[in-house]
Structures are given as structure tokens and as C-alpha cells.
Design a protein around this ligand. Structure first.
Ligand code: ZN
Length: 372
């Protein structure tokens, strides 16, 4: 009886001890380098030991496919990434498992395991076919970013020339189908018009999985205060991106140039040759760029601004680790997350506030969208 009472008293504590990050690009390392995430690595920003150190036990692994994978090639690449993640789940079930719902996240993390939520990053990965979207959902994918750096045939990207004035009729069908399937609609990367069109259609909260505030760092990938307010009204969450240009104005102009350069390249390769090209591009990115001006304090400012504009229930973390080249000083990898918590505590954030920002807000969106 006493044990039962004790367990009952502890249960809410377990439920609250959930650390989420709505965007990491570590699946690239798992596929391309066959990275063993159970071992601490000198390469990259994320592995299981560092996730544990950072208090992040439920990250969203993006199955990102570069937009130079076109048509069915993008679908093949998505399946390769999905398969690489499955190999990780199958080899280390005692350390990491696939989570399909918020209830899964609570169950898997309860005994110290990592709960992996899988997402796809770019509407081009469905190749204009809702059947492909539905099969991704059956494969356990629970979110999709509507575009990446380029427009799809049905949605404008924030880093491409507008072609559709936001979402097309088919784009609206995609959003509705995602609502019906219980997949989170991710509005990071999309143009401002696509964002507002999506909010007008979506009956569920949306997620900006890895974006920051344009008021502090003026790049099209970040969100204006007006967008943050609209996101809050929708019940959604913004996961603050730690990329140097996302958090610091000093780095932003360089990032703008990088984005312009990166949208230009479209090799006309397929199959193995295309995969080899992607591996080379990935290794170039992993070497890192010039050191960032951005610091841990800039990241804390970003979180604070988003909370002031959108409210404490609508801000999360979407670090973009393993997808950014020069992380802020003091926030070099995912193990440093407690330093960000400490910086926010200094600004007056309570433990309850921090639990929301570092996990419970994003968990709420997952629960509302998947229904469990
Ligand atoms: Zn991205």
C-alpha cells in the first residue's frame, strides 16, 4: 500500500520530466555515416549520451531530404532514412524507441529510454501524392514541414521566389489530410503567406519546429511578432532554432548569402550517384563554418522574446543540431541545454515555465494532433 501511494505520488513527476527538441538532423549521420548514437561522438551535436546529459529524452528526428532529390527519388531517400532509424531502434531497443503519440513519449521515457519522434522535412518528399503521405503516417512519421528551402508545386517557401501566393488548392488538401491523419503540420521554412494560409485551413495546432524571432534576427526563416501571435491563437508552438544566423543579427547576413547559394544547386543525378553527391555535401557541412558571433545569451534572448510575444504555453526548443554549422558559444551541442535553462532562470523563469518550454508545450501539440 505504502509503495503504491509512493508510486502514485511520483507519477506526475515522471510525466513532467520530459525534454523535447522539435528538430534535430541527426538521422543524416545515422544514414550517411552509420553513426552509432549509443556512443559519445566527437563529431556532430547529438548522440544518446549527450541527449541524456542535456535532459532531452524526446527529440524529433527529421528525415530531411535535400530538394535536389526530385520526384520519386525524394521518396526513395525518405525510405532510406526511415530504414536507417529502424536499424537504430532494432539494435538498441533498451536505449531508444519510436514514439507515435504523447502517451508513447511518456511510456518510453519513464524507464530512461529515448523516445524518437520521426518527421519529414519538405513537402517535396510526398511527390504530390496524398497516398505517399498516408503511407508515411503508417511508417510512424508524425510531422511534415510543408516546404524546405525551395517551393513545392503546392506551397511557397520563405527562401524562394513566390510562385503560388502561399498554399494552392492541393496544398490546402495536404493540410486537411494531415489533420485527419494525426500528423503535425510544420510551418518552419514556409513563406509568410503560406503560414497564414495554413493557419486558416488547419483545425489542429501547428508547429514551427525550428524557427526563431525575426524581430531579433531578420531572416525570412524566422517569424515576425504577428506570426508568433497568430501561432499562439492557433494553439501552436515555435521551437527556437539555435542556428547562428537565426539567433544573432550579426550572423544573419552571412546566413542569407548561404541560403541564396544553397538554393542554386540542383545536380541532375539519380540513384547511387545522387546519394554520393549528398554524402559529400553532408560532410562539407559537418566540417563546420566560421565561428559564430552568436552566444548562449542570444539564444536565451530569443526564447524570452518569443515568450513575451506568444506566451509561455507556445514556445519550445527546435535546436536544429546536426543541421547547423556554427552553434552559439556556450551552446555547442545538445548536452549544453542545462546552460540555456540556467540563463533563463536568471531572467526570472520558474521551474514550471522551463518544463513547458523544454518539453511540455511540444508534448501538448503532439497529444492534441495525434489524439493520444
Ligand atoms: Zn530546416
Amino acid at each position: 500500500m505504502r509503495t503504491a501511494l509512493l508510486l502514485a505520488a511520483l507519477a506526475p513527476l515522471y510525466a513532467q520530466n520530459i525534454g523535447m527538441d522539435s528538430h534535430i538532423d541527426t538521422a543524416q549521420r545515422v544514414l550517411i555515416d552509420r553513426a552509432d548514437l549509443t556512443q559519445r561522438s566527437p563529431i556532430g551535436h547529438v548522440d544518446i549520451p549527450r541527449l541524456k546529459e542535456g535532459g532531452v529524452n524526446a527529440p524529433f528526428f527529421a528525415l530531411w531530404v535535400p530538394t535536389y532529390y526530385r520526384g520519386s527519388e525524394a521518396i526513395r531517400r525518405t525510405l532510406d532514412l526511415r530504414d536507417a532509424m529502424q536499424r537504430l531502434f532494432d539494435t538498441h531497443p533498451e536505449q531508444i524507441a519510436l514514439a507515435l503519440t504523447a502517451a508513447d513519449v511518456e511510456r518510453i521515457t519513464k524507464n530512461g529510454r529515448i523516445a524518437a519522434i520521426l518527421t519529414i522535412e519538405g513537402g517535396h518528399q510526398i511527390d504530390n501524392d496524398l497516398a505517399v503521405l498516408r503511407m508515411y503516417q503508417r511508417l510512424g512519421i508524425r510531422a511534415m514541414t510543408l516546404t524546405h528551402f525551395r517551393n513545392t508545386e503546392w506551397a511557397d517557401s520563405s527562401t524562394d521566389k513566390p510562385a503560388h501566393n502561399g498554399l494552392t488548392g492541393f496544398g490546402k488538401e495536404v493540410v486537411k489530410e494531415m489533420n485527419r491523419l494525426g500528423m503535425i503540420v510544420d510551418v518552419s521554412h514556409v513563406s509568410d503567406k503560406t503560414f497564414f494560409d495554413t493557419l486558416a485551413v488547419s483545425t489542429k495546432p501547428v508547429l514551427a519546429s525550428h524557427s526563431s524571432c525575426r524581430a531579433l534576427s531578420d531572416i525570412p526563416r524566422n517569424m515576425t511578432d504577428e506570426m508568433l501571435q497568430a501561432l499562439a491563437k492557433n494553439g501552436g508552438v515555435v521551437g527556437i532554432n539555435f542556428g547562428e544566423g537565426f539567433v544573432s543579427q550579426k550572423d544573419a547576413d552571412q546566413l542569407k548569402a548561404d541560403i541564396a547559394a544553397s538554393t542554386g544547386e540542383r545536380p541532375s543525378l539519380t540513384g547511387k550517384a545522387l546519394d554520393e553527391y549528398a554524402a559529400e555535401e553532408f560532410r562539407k557541412d559537418m566540417k563546420g563554418g566560421r565561428p559564430a558571433f552568436a552566444t548562449l545569451d542570444d539564444a536565451a534572448e530569443q526564447v524570452d522574446h518569443a515568450v513575451k510575444v506568444a506566451g509561455i504555453d507556445h514556445v519550445g526548443i527546435g535546436s536544429d543540431f546536426d543541421g547547423i554549422t556554427s552553434p552559439p558559444k556556450g551552446l555547442e551541442d545538445i548536452s549544453k541545454m542545462p546552460a540555456l535553462k540556467a540563463a533563463l532562470k536568471k531572467k526570472g523563469y520558474s521551474d514550471e515555465d522551463l518544463k513547458k518550454i523544454f518539453g511540455l508545450n511540444t508534448l501538448r501539440v503532439l497529444r492534441e494532433v495525434t489524439g493520444k
